[in-house]
Design a protein around this ligand. Structure first.
Ligand code: PGA
Length: 248
């Protein structure tokens, strides 16, 4: 499968960073065997889309309604209207800080796909949950409740991001990643059928140029969701190179 490498800029990015976004898109387009995208703050999407041509730009969240009395929120239709072609949903930072529940994430995923966006649904356990031996149960439970029943075609990716690996420099062991990604793949196939073999399951959590080759070689790791190492073209490039080497 072609690898899918997605940058997540989180709450980083000002007008002055549009040049870096253009540099990232230019580098990404050199790796023709890799699908890539950059998810950036909503305030930059319109200008970034104009700066990068065909390179996919995405959001990092959306509301489950298309419009209405939801002060401060951005809908999937608004993201699409601004030129986004994908969005992250259910990132653990939002599950924790904005108290997003699986049912919210499912409704957002439905709204985003209805608006024509590709969706990356994030799942992942906390360190306490892993230490208690509950990682598989937690992640498969999130997956079950966060995904709509209509999972068809290429609009969905799943990102497995252990919460304790995000932004910490601490990376999950390849054997643990393999176990989790295999379990996610099996759960997808059981619920939605064999065609779910084509859904990208991304790993996220301190992926960088030093560890990407090892992580991307793990069975059922079909790409990465990358925070810190997506902020510059220089840091993103070796991850793309590792993805190119492991893309099929
Ligand atoms: P990180 O973030 O690569 O900085 O750990 C990944 C993410 O939260 O998507």
């Amino acid at each position: 499968m072609r690898k899918f490498i997605v940058g997540n800029w989180k709450m980083n990015g000002m007008s002055a960073d549009l040049g870096e976004i253009a540099a990232i898109s230019a580098v990404a387009q050199l790796y023709t065997s890799v699908d890539s995208a950059l998810c950036i703050p909503a305030t930059l999407i319109d200008r970034a889309v104009k700066a990068v041509g065909d390179f996919p730009i995405g959001g990092q969240d959306c509301h489950m309604q298309n419009s209405g009395a939801h002060t401060g929120c951005v809908s999937s239709e608004m993201l699409s209207d601004a030129g986004a072609v994908l969005t992250i949903i259910g990132h653990s930072e939002r599950r924790a800080a904005q108290h997003e529940q699986d049912s919210d994430i499912r409704a957002k995923a439905e709204a985003a796909s209805a608006a024509g966006l590709k969706v990356i649904v994030c799942v992942g356990e906390t360190l306490e949950e892993r230490d208690a031996g509950k990682a598989l149960d937690v992640v498969l439970g999130q997956l079950k409740l966060s995904l709509p029943d209509t999972v068809a075609g290429a609009w969905l990716s799943v990102a497995y991001e252990p919460v304790w690996a995000i932004g910490t420099g601490r990376v999950a062991e390849p054997a643990d990643v393999e176990e989790m990604h295999g379990a996610i793949r099996a759960a997808l196939k059981e619920r939605f059928g064999e065609e779910c073999g084509a859904i990208h399951i991304l790993y996220g959590g301190s992926m960088n140029g030093d560890n990407a080759a090892e992580l991307l070689a793990v069975p059922n790791v079909d790409g990465g969701l990358i925070g810190g190492a997506s902020l510059t073209a220089a840091k993103f490039k070796p991850i793309l190179a590792a993805a190119q080497a492991t893309s099929e």
